[in-house]
Design a protein around this ligand. Structure first.
Ligand code: MEV
Length: 424
């Protein structure tokens, strides 16, 4: 992979951009051409879900300037919202001046849950499960020989008891499973279903639900960046003002769940775009992220922003990241495969770390805008283009109408329609 700094990329035509991206990643334009068709055929859609009647496309943009653990990476982002790709790319450029993003991941451990009802003595049943831990883990380990071959498998058991619930007391057995480069839902769900008879025999209870937990708090990815304060200088704002503005904005999200929800939504703008581009399950990622944000009993920010000894801005983001690079749509969707190829991603943790770095960059883009000129200015010109298209504009007319609406500060469909009529 060459550099992820592709100067002037924005001004190229769509075809030129694809050729440039392919060149930078050492691929042929043909290898990436699935993106110009949407990637899957109607026939494969028909095999993927029930009652298929068509395809649903999203724009795919390229996040530029990302450097992650010293490696340059071009990041495919599937998203309908304007400003996200530009914001992440610009912040990645600023982060690059401070050494890019440093990332780490825990082992890829997922949690499977078994709810055990009708247990006479919760403490006794819990202890018995621990006494049978070795045989339960050995049985769970046999279930997925492929994962086992690649070094995955059952790792641990944990028992939790809930003495008071609307249906009385019950016990929950957690199976901790190393899923290597898979997202892991299938392996974990299968393991939980297969272990159920043994668990019933040991506890004397009735196994009810057997399902993976999306609060994947054993599968955590962390990203950190530092931005030299001088890089933050922006129009009339000094670097220090922008830095302190970002930190004060973070403080708001740290203490107030109403703000934290929006702050984390900004993070997910970046995260989901890459999760979707790689064919992963973004609902699982969303569920895990927000549950993790509330793990302390109060919903809060997933990221932190502060200052280091040199006076530079330091950002961190820590969140569950249950993504895979084998199995599911990641394997069968040609556009997802092209995305992994473009990023030269080989393992699930490589992918997870790119995703979390993009989330952190995206968070900073939003906070920087909010702490300075406000979010609307940057949003407006792209939003105006969408409004112009919605009003029926095409070709050059889109830009003309959008520019007029931005200049007038009236970005509305009725105004776009009027302009379309008068300029046509
Ligand atoms: C909009 O999609 C995301 C933001 O609201 C995030 C934030 O407020 O931090 C701009």
């Amino acid at each position: 992979m060459g550099t992820s700094r592709l100067a002037g990329f924005y001004n190229l035509s769509l075809e030129e951009r694809l050729a440039r991206a392919a060149l930078a990643a050492g691929l042929t334009p043909e290898e990436l051409s699935v993106w110009t068709t949407g990637g899957i055929s109607l026939e494969s859609a028909d095999h993927m879900i029930e009652n298929a009647i068509g395809l649903h496309a999203l724009p795919l943009g390229l996040g530029l300037n990302f450097q992650i653990n010293g490696r340059d990476v071009l990041v495919p982002m599937a998203i309908e919202e304007p400003s996200v790709v530009a914001g992440a790319s610009f912040m990645a450029k600023l982060a690059r001046a401070g050494g890019g993003f440093q990332t780490t991941s825990s082992a890829p451990l997922m949690i499977g849950q078994m709810q055990v009802l009708n247990v006479v003595n919760l403490a006794e049943a819990s202890f018995k499960l621990y006494e049978h831990k070795a045989e339960l883990l050995a049985a769970a380990d046999e279930i997925d020989p492929i994962l086992k071959k690649f070094g995955g498998g059952a790792r641990d058991l944990e028992v939790r008891t809930f003495p008071d619930s609307p249906v009385g007391g019950f016990l929950v057995l957690h199976l901790i499973y190393d899923v290597r480069d898979a997202m892991g839902a299938n392996a974990v769900n299968t393991a939980c279903e297969r272990l159920a008879p043994q668990v019933e025999a040991i506890t004397g209870g009735k196994v009810h639900l057997r399902i993976l937990s999306n609060l994947a708090d054993r599968r955590i990815t962390r990203a950190r960046c530092q931005i030299p304060v001088k890089e933050l200088t922006f129009e009339g704002f000094s670097g220090e003002t922008v830095r302190d503005g970002i930190i004060a904005a973070y403080a708001f999200a740290a203490v107030d769940p109403y703000r934290a929800a929006t702050h984390n939504k900004g993070i997910m703008n970046g995260v989901d775009a890459v999760v979707i581009a790689t064919g992963n399950d973004w609902r699982a990622i969303e569920a895990g992220a927000h549950a993790y944000a509330a793990r302390g009993g109060r919903y809060t920010s997933l990221s932190t922003w502060g200052v280091n000894a040199e006076g530079d801005l330091v950002g961190t983001l820590e969140m569950p990241m249950a993504v895979g690079v084998i199995g599911g749509a990641t394997k069968v969707h040609p556009a997802a495969r092209a995305a992994l190829k473009l990023m030269n991603v080989k393992t699930a943790s490589d992918l997870a770390e790119i995703i979390v770095a993009v989330g952190l960059a995206q968070n900073m883009a939003a906070l920087r805008a909010l702490a300075t000129e406000g979010i609307q200015r940057g949003h407006m010109s792209l939003h105006a283009r969408q409004v112009a298209i919605a009003a029926g504009a095409s070709g050059d007319m889109i830009e003309k109408i959008a520019a007029r609406m931005v200049a007038e500060k009236i970005v509305r469909i009725d105004r776009a329609e009027e302009l379309l009529e008068s300029l046509a």
